[in-house]
Design a protein around this ligand. Sequence first.
Ligand code: SF4
Ligand code: SF4
Length: 176
Amino acid sequence: MQALTNRVKVVDRKPMTFGEKIYLPAVFKGMSITFSHMFRKKPTINYPEQRRQFSPVFRGLHVLNRDEEGRERCTACGLCAVACPAEAITMEAAERKDGEEHLYREEKYAARYEINMLRCIFCGLCEEACPKDAIYLSETFTPSNYSRKKLVYAKEDLLIPNVLTEADDLAKARGL
Ligand code: SF4
Ligand code: SF4
């Protein structure tokens, strides 16, 4: 049959030699490769018992930060959402009421703040865009999950524990 292009490959149909027919040389060659790997240094580790040293520029799970008085730093300006190339961040702003000064640092705060971890590419642009030092990417992995919905993290999942009222949780979160 006439070929339509000149990319035709002619298959070499040489008859198999005796050594190829008994397969043993190929089996021994394969096993020698396997055994040679048994004596090399293992590239894997026994996670989670063993953990690797993170790179100084590692970007992990997001944390919404508080100030030294335990107040939420985020002022719901939306700059992180605008900077996010994956459109993973959504929020709703609310106005601080009288008596809530101990909860929110600014007059406006995020009543709802969500990050869709299925979209996030951990680029860190949200952290760079934030003028309030309110969001940063920690050295913690985002835990896996069986449900897609549970990978949309709400503000409660992202907020760092309060230094004044949840000191133990904060120490745990910081790995102390
Ligand atoms: S790390 Fe990047 S992709 Fe993830 S939420 Fe921040 S800006 Fe968006
Ligand atoms: S995290 Fe920062 S950039 Fe994002 S809304 Fe809050 S204050 Fe603005």
